[in-house]
Design a protein around this ligand. Structure first.
Ligand SMILES: Cc1ncc(COP(=O)(O)O)c(C=O)c1O
Length: 337
């Protein structure tokens, strides 16, 4: 199958496995894993943050960030398509006793004007607006990317009101490639940053929370409490570091393939796609007749894996284990409609 269901489906390459096999390790619960320690330091420096914490998943990273930024009864402003709102099993309510205020942004992106509509007055009976959470690039929003100016505007708004800015950067690597923004910029605008190595970069496991040293100290304790204290994680950190060093440069090819695929879809009478919306490795397109599920079945029979993203909407996600030949096959698969 040519698997475009997600960029999380990649299998470890021989290079990743070799890096894992050669990693120097220690017990990370004792902070003694040299590979993990060095990688956390390197990522923190790279993104202009004080410290980092390697965690098993983007979900844990997002939830740790929200946990250290909030107190029970606080509220987090977020786009209604946000991963934290849709796909984290209601964790913010359960783990941190906070609530989310979802807003209808554009393709998963918030604007200062929109955020202002959700800021609560300071009464005893109001939840306390505490955090603005944004996603870059967006997932359910279709791979949209914030510009430098948009990020600065939101950050300035957060500073003005004394709110924190959390950035879910599960696909920050795609966002950086598309917008040409250097990593250290993000440390200047966000209070907490979650980055993933297991999406387009192709590591088998791993995300990292990046924040101030005090936030990371507190998150380290919560990670242990939530069962995420791990032992010889140098194996995983080495895989993630290999992915950063060797696969980051492949993302632009994923973006090129996504655009080419979208152009073919746009020409096809059975489908509808907004070409302008394709900024990174994700393509959202609609079926004109029937349901997404029926169409997915036909794609599946042609050996192409995609996922539904609404009754009539389908998502295709490109990654480095779908090459140009695979893309040709996928384009041929469109002939089935
Ligand atoms: C935007 C975004 N944030 C967070 C996550 C969570 O990552 P994980 O699956 O590692 O928990 C994902 C997963 O796809 C995502 O797309």
């Amino acid at each position: 199958m040519i698997d475009l269901r997600s960029d999380t489906v990649t299998k470890p390459t021989p290079g990743i496995l070799k890096a894992m096999a050669e990693a120097e390790v220690g017990d990370d619960v004792f902070s003694e894993d040299p590979t993990a320690n060095a990688f956390e330091k390197r990522m923190a420096e790279m993104f202009g943050m004080e410290a980092g914490l390697f965690v098993p998943s983007g979900t844990m990273s997002n939830q740790l960030c929200l946990n250290v930024l909030t107190r029970p009864g606080d509220e987090v402003i977020i786009d209604e398509t946000g991963h934290v709102f849709n796909y984290e099993s209601g964790a913010a309510a359960h783990l941190s006793s906070i609530q989310l205020y979802p807003l209808k942004g554009v393709r998963g992106k918030l604007t200062p004007e929109l955020i202002k509509t959700a800021i609560r007055p300071r009464n005893d009976w109001d939840p306390h607006t505490r955090v603005i959470a944004i996603e870059n690039s967006t997932n359910k929003g279709g791979g949209a990317v914030y510009t430098r100016e948009e990020l600065l505007e939101i950050s300035n708004l957060a500073v003005k009101h004394g709110f924190y800015l959390h950035l879910d950067g599960a696909r920050i690597w795609n966002a950086m490639a598309a917008a040409g923004i250097e990593p250290e910029f993000f440390g200047g605008v966000a209070d907490t940053l979650s980055i993933c190595f297991s999406k387009g970069l192709g590591a088998p496991v791993g995300s990292m929370m990046l924040a101030g040293a005090d936030e990371i100290r507190r998150a380290r304790r919560m990670r242990k409490m939530w069962g995420g204290g791990m032992r010889q994680i140098g194996l995983l950190a080495a895989a993630a570091e290999y992915a950063v060093d060797h696969h980051q440069k492949l993302l632009e090819d994923d973006h090129r393939r996504a655009k080419k695929f979208a152009q073919a879809v746009a020409k096809h009478p059975a489908f509808n796609v907004d070409l302008e919306s394709v900024e990174t490795n994700i393509v959202l397109f609609d079926v004109n007749e029937g349901t997404a599920e029926e169409t997915l079945q036909k794609f599946s029979e042609a050996g192409i894996g995609l996922v539904p993203f609404g009754p009539k909407t389908i998502r295709a996600t490109f990654h480095f284990q779908v090459n140009d030949d695979d893309l040709d096959e996928v384009m041929k698969g469109l002939d089935n409609f």
